[in-house]
Design a protein around this ligand. Structure first.
Ligand code: HEM
Length: 357
């Protein structure tokens, strides 16, 4: 008993000490501070990314595409082996091969955009792709500050084709692919928070830059709400493969997002994100931390997360787009109550395209 009390007191003392112990930091030649001197070389790369790729720290088309690229790179991996080197930058280093894969439609724009910037750095393709994704995401208000680990070796070979889920795939096939790469259904839904800062260029080529929600420049939970609204229109040239009816003019709904929102294996994870900003941020941050080091020897990576810019916060309640309300929601999670959401005033909006697409 006395021993147990002593252990508890000691544990408390250690915890208190850990809480006040200052984090050791080094000051880089550029004046910035970081936990590890090896990370100093990244601050100029962050500046380069912001000025040459992200139009001065914007959450625009390039930031969105950099996040998509990190997924398409990393998911070339299987816990059983034989499906590529994961988050190794093979999609950039072997862009000629990987951009030809069907699921990589439109990805050549961002590999073409990143290559000249990458060539100005000493980073491996993997470190570059995953740093760019963390920095681009940080430009989106409401995003979590993603981790960044430095030290991926150069990729050995392109990933094989058919590792990237397609919007025409069934939920069973999508979840099987995620499981094969080491992700649970909950983590798969967490990663889909990315579609809150996203638009489609090639699903319907007549309407490039068509967003998946009405706020593609903010990392809010709006996409999780809008994918549940009753669909009524196709925003462009009729129905395309991988697309289902959307609730709003100018907005695209992916079939994959919709079926995942409705499936009993994922519907409650989907609903739990709605108007739950902190929860969504932490779910996405954790799943991305795993995604961005897939296939890497994490013991050899250096934690340089403190070079990633701190995103602006978003702490408002989300709203139904004007003219929509609870009666328009296709609720698929029966286990928990749907959150109470108010409606924007005015007539139903038309969502404008993301410029530069
Ligand atoms: C079920 C899995 C997924 C499917 C089927 C899927 C499918 C798609 C499709 C079809 C597009 C539009 C491409 C175009 O027409 O230009 C897209 C865009 C995008 N996806 Fe996914 N995606 C999935 C998961 C993810 C994940 C896990 C991430 C990141 C962690 C991600 C990030 C993005 C982003 C940021 C865009 C927008 C790119 C831009 O606006 O340039 N997606 N996705």
């Amino acid at each position: 008993m006395a021993f147990a009390r002593l252990t508890a007191i000691l544990a408390l003392a250690v915890a208190a000490n850990a809480a006040v112990a200052p984090t050791r930091q080094v000051t880089c030649a550029t004046g910035q501070k970081t936990a590890n001197a090896a990370c100093c070389a990244l601050f100029p790369v962050v500046d380069l990314l912001q000025s040459q790729l992200f139009d001065g720290a914007e959450c625009g088309e390039e930031a969105h595409s950099a996040l998509r690229l990190s997924f398409h790179d990393a998911i070339g991996f299987s816990i059983h082996g034989g499906k590529g080197g994961g988050a190794d930058g093979s999609i950039l280093a072997f862009a000629d091969t990987e951009t030809a894969f069907h699921a990589n439609g439109g990805i050549d724009e961002i590999t073409d955009g990143q290559t000249p910037v990458w060539k100005q750095t000493n980073l491996t393709a993997g470190d570059f792709v995953h740093l760019a994704a963390a920095v681009g995401t940080a430009n989106c208000p409401g995003a979590p500050r993603l981790e960044f680990k430095l030290g991926r070796p150069a990729p050995k070979a392109p990933a094989p084709d058919l590792t990237i889920p397609e919007p025409t795939d069934s939920v069973t096939s999508i979840l099987a692919r995620f499981a094969d790469a080491g992700f649970s259904p909950r983590e798969a839904v967490a990663l889909l928070a990315s579609h809150t800062v996203a638009a489609a260029d090639v699903v319907d080529t007549t309407i490039p830059g068509t967003p998946f929600d009405s706020t593609p420049f903010t990392f809010d939970s709006q996409v999780f709400l809008e994918v549940l609204l009753k669909g009524k229109l196709f925003p462009g040239n009729g129905s395309q493969p991988g697309e289902v009816l959307s609730p709003l003019a100018g907005e695209m709904r992916l079939q994959s997002d919709f079926v995942i929102s409705q499936d009993p294996r994922t519907a409650c994870f989907w609903q739990a994100m709605i108007n739950n900003q902190q929860f969504m941020m932490s779910e996405f941050k954790n799943a991305m931390a795993k995604l961005q080091v897939l296939g890497q020897d994490t013991n050899k990576l250096i934690d340089c997360s403190d070079v990633v810019p701190v995103p602006k916060t978003f702490n408002q309640n989300i709203k139904f787009p004007a003219s929509f309300s609870q009666k328009d929601v296709q609720v698929a999670c029966k286990a928990s109550a749907f959150p109470k959401i108010s409606t924007v005033a005015g007539p139903a909006p038309t969502v404008p395209p993301v410029p530069g697409s």
